[in-house]
Design a protein around this ligand. Structure first.
Ligand code: AHR
Length: 327
């Protein structure tokens, strides 16, 4: 008898491990659920920028349209709030957890808890730096290094004829976040091709308009000869415009600006000539997230890395795109 119980326990363990392999999921054994019977928990970063607001709306709208119940939480840019939200989704035994990590590090413990509970996790927008890729089933979002490179390539071309050193101020996103790290890295790699271009100051504005304004105000005082501001998002670039104007200078002319995102306010500033170039980062991830959730529900394996398609905008392109811009 003892032997039979032992064999049954070993079998159950094997089944549980199989279910958790590659990030969890139980659809294979139980069959797909009706979409209206699924529950997805989404742990959002916060509401720090126009991009984030558009991303939240797109995700909420997409789930409503698909008829999949969504539990949503806003971490107010704090990792501990996001971890709490994920733990509560685990406790509520949701079918899928999706989240956009505030910062890259420190997720292994809570992701292991999700894996142990057999709940698949999808990363949207931002990456984690975990070495164990089985802790999430899929990562849907932009290539932030590429975005930084595009901004750097534009700067290289824009200042190709410069005879004097080109002084650059970098407004970084949230410290430790994937977009801040990668956009910094991509930009630095691109401008390394021309030793004339130099980042003379680099500080975080936390992806907010107020942060961008405050940091620019301070950095303009210590770097009066600045030629270019590279802001990791539109909102910080918009804050920089306010600071430049307050200093009696003309944004886009006296000091050029390149940003990332291409939200409506940023595009308007580009159309008005206050920003000189924008690298797009699309917040419209909702539909693709739904596809991933459906694949998990059907027992299929979603692609491990799905890169968002994006473009860049000059002033003329912004003027053309603005009337149809959704966000
Ligand atoms: O992770 C995406 C970045 O987060 C966006 O570029 C920025 O606007 C947001 O806050």
């Amino acid at each position: 008898m003892k032997k039979i119980i032992g064999l049954a326990a070993a079998g159950a363990l094997l089944l549980a491990l199989a279910g958790c392999a590659d990030g969890g999921g139980s659809a294979e054994s139980e069959g797909p659920k009706e979409l209206s019977d699924l529950t997805v928990g989404f742990a959002q970063v916060g509401a720090e920028s126009g991009w984030r607001t558009a991303n939240t709306k797109d995700i909420q709208d997409s789930f409503e349209e698909a008829g999949i119940p969504l539990k949503f939480s806003d971490a107010q840019q704090k990792q501990e709030n996001q971890i709490k939200a994920i733990r509560s989704y685990i406790q509520q035994q949701v079918d899928v957890i999706a989240f956009s990590p505030v910062v890259e590090t420190g997720w292994d413990a809570v992701l292991n808890e999700a894996k142990d509970a057999g709940i698949p996790v999808v990363l949207t927008d931002r990456a984690v730096d975990s070495k164990d890729e089985s802790l999430y089933v899929s990562f849907l979002g932009s290539d932030f290094v590429e975005e930084g490179k595009k901004a750097g390539d534009w700067a290289l071309a824009e200042f190709a004829e410069a005879t004097e050193p080109v002084e650059i101020i970098q407004l970084e996103g949230t410290t430790g976040s994937a977009p801040a790290i990668d956009r910094g890295e991509g930009f630095a790699a691109a401008i390394a091709a021309d030793p004339n271009l130099e980042v003379v100051a680099s500080q975080t504005g936390d992806f907010t308009r107020a942060g961008g304004k405050q940091v620019t105000e301070a950095l303009l005082k210590s770097n009066p000869g600045v030629d270019l501001i590279y802001a990791h998002n539109d909102d910080m670039g918009l804050g920089a415009i306010e600071a430049i104007e307050a200093a009696g200078l003309v944004p886009g002319k006296d000091i050029k600006i390149v940003t990332v995102d291409a939200v409506k306010d940023g595009m308007q500033a580009l159309a008005d000539g206050k920003i000189n170039f924008i690298v797009e980062c699309s917040p419209l991830l909702g539909k693709q997230l739904i596809e991933i959730v459906e694949q998990i529900n059907n027992g299929e394996t979603p692609e491990k890395r799905i890169i968002t398609e994006e473009t860049t905008f000059t002033q003329e392109q912004a003027i053309e795109a603005l009337p149809d811009r959704q966000y």
